[in-house]
Design a protein around this ligand. Structure first.
Ligand SMILES: Cc1ncc(COP(=O)(O)O)c(C=O)c1O
Length: 421
């Protein structure tokens, strides 16, 4: 076999990298709009956008220009000195989300780590004022909040936590959308409830209005914080800046990352004035967070979304996409559910094996999607998606599901019988 660039990379990585990733055998060298292009020049329709990061797609001129201009001026100075980017970005983000203050870091998990620390500091601040508020966190079953010791402690699946035990103690999990369970587990021992208005890795599961409202009411009754993790659902992915805005419920703290700086690492914690009172200089920080380059690119991303009316576009194209998936579900009984809002969508299939096969078959047709929670196919495409891309994706799904049905029907059961009609 001749050694290809991909083979050679695979064997180098296998020797040189920590074995954290089980990559697909694809080698990409560039991207354009909603397409990734591989080493042989083949174009892939990307309906996943770097797991919800590349909101403006690939090689967007606004990002290119912001990187070029800012890199000529200043890339990094540390948080010892001022640069113009943080306040400008904080103003945009706080106005968009109904918050007052921002803290910038480098990733989603770091933003959540800051939120957990803020909740502990806020509870302590209140205790010093005479309130009784403990140090426990409530998180939800099927949650995903990241991989660092605090965020992973609030992440539901054992496989992410157990190899690293003991992770941060004091997290209790509440059954998803179970208001009674939430009420039973909440007390003055709790310093924060951590939610995703629409769970991402958990399988695109929207919270009920009643559950979110109850979480808001309970936390307000004691002074605990309601933390909305908008790392996957935020920055316009659902057609609003944050998914909680669909509910008309304002949390105390929200966290953003993924698309915030269009692919340059940047995370943010946004909080109310009241919650922010617990933090003073020296309590928390980061070397890289909120650097001049990341802030300049994030401003360019924000302004592009605003000027291009991309939130409206996400709503319109997301509705179209969802309708197409709903129609598809009518002709394929293997689709058991269609879920999501805007461009945060999923279909659930009736078996994990079928879900894996569909993903692989879509890849053979040069369309990238993702499987999460065993039986869920997730779509997190760039916001610049157009109807023709939706049509291409959905008709490929139709073809694959039809082929799989025919394949199942032709597979003899033990005893020589065939299934299907
Ligand atoms: C809701 C949510 N929170 C936190 C994270 C962690 O973000 P990061 O991978 O940037 O640390 C993710 C990543 O998928 C996420 O979806």
């Amino acid at each position: 076999m001749t050694e290809t660039a991909l083979n050679s990379l695979q064997s180098s990585e296998a020797k040189l990298l920590l074995g954290t990733y089980d990559r697909y055998p694809l080698l990409f060298t560039r991207g354009e709009g909603v397409h990734l292009i591989d080493e042989n020049g083949r174009r892939y329709l990307d309906l996943l956008s770097g797991i919800g990061v590349n909101a403006l797609g690939y090689a967007h001129p606004a990002i290119e220009q912001a990187i070029a201009e800012q890199s000529r001026k200043l890339i990094h100075i540390s948080n010892l000195y001022y640069h113009p980017g943080q306040a400008a970005l904080a103003l945009k983000l706080t106005e968009a989300t109904g918050m007052d203050r921002a803290f910038f870091c480098n990733s989603g998990t770091e933003a959540n780590e800051a939120a957990l620390k803020l909740a502990r500091a806020s509870a302590r601040f209140r205790r010093e004022e005479g309130a009784h508020l403990g140090t426990k966190f409530l998180a939800l079953e099927n949650s995903f909040h990241g991989r660092t010791m605090g965020s992973v402690a609030a992440t539901w699946k054992d496989k992410y936590r157990e190899p690293f035990d003991p992770v941060m103690p004091g997290v209790e999990f509440v059954r998803f959308n179970d208001v009674d369970d939430l009420r039973a587990k909440f007390s003055t021992e709790v310093c924060a409830i951590l939610i995703e208005a629409i769970q991402g890795e958990g399988g695109i599961n929207p919270l009920s209005h009643e559950f979110l409202q109850t979480a808001r009411d309970l936390t307000r009754s004691t002074g605990a914080l309601l933390i909305a993790d908008e790392i996957q659902s935020g920055m316009g992915r659902t057609g609003k800046w944050c998914a909680y805005q669909h509910y008309g419920i304002q949390p105390d703290v929200t966290t953003l990352a993924k698309p915030l700086a269009g692919g340059i690492p940047l995370g943010a914690l946004l909080s109310t004035e009241e919650a922010a009172q617990a933090i003073h200089a020296g309590m928390h920080g980061t070397t890289f967070g909120g650097g001049p380059l990341a802030c300049a690119v994030a401003l360019a991303v924000f302004e592009t979304i605003e000027r291009g009316h991309l939130l409206d576009h996400v709503t319109a194209i997301g509705t179209y996409f969802r309708e197409k998936l709903t129609q598809l579900a009518k002709t394929h009984s293997s689709i058991t559910d269609v879920r999501g809002l805007g461009l945060m969508l999923a279909i659930e299939l009736d078996s994990a094996d079928l879900t894996k096969t569909v993903l692989a078959e879509m890849m053979k047709r040069h369309i990238l999607i993702n499987r999460t929670s065993e039986t869920v196919l997730r779509f997190l495409p760039p916001y610049i998606l157009e109807k023709e891309h939706v049509d291409q994706g959905v008709s490929a799904l139709d073809e694959v599901l039809t082929e799989q049905l025919a394949h199942t029907a032709a597979t003899p059961l033990p005893g020589g019988k065939k299934i299907g009609h």
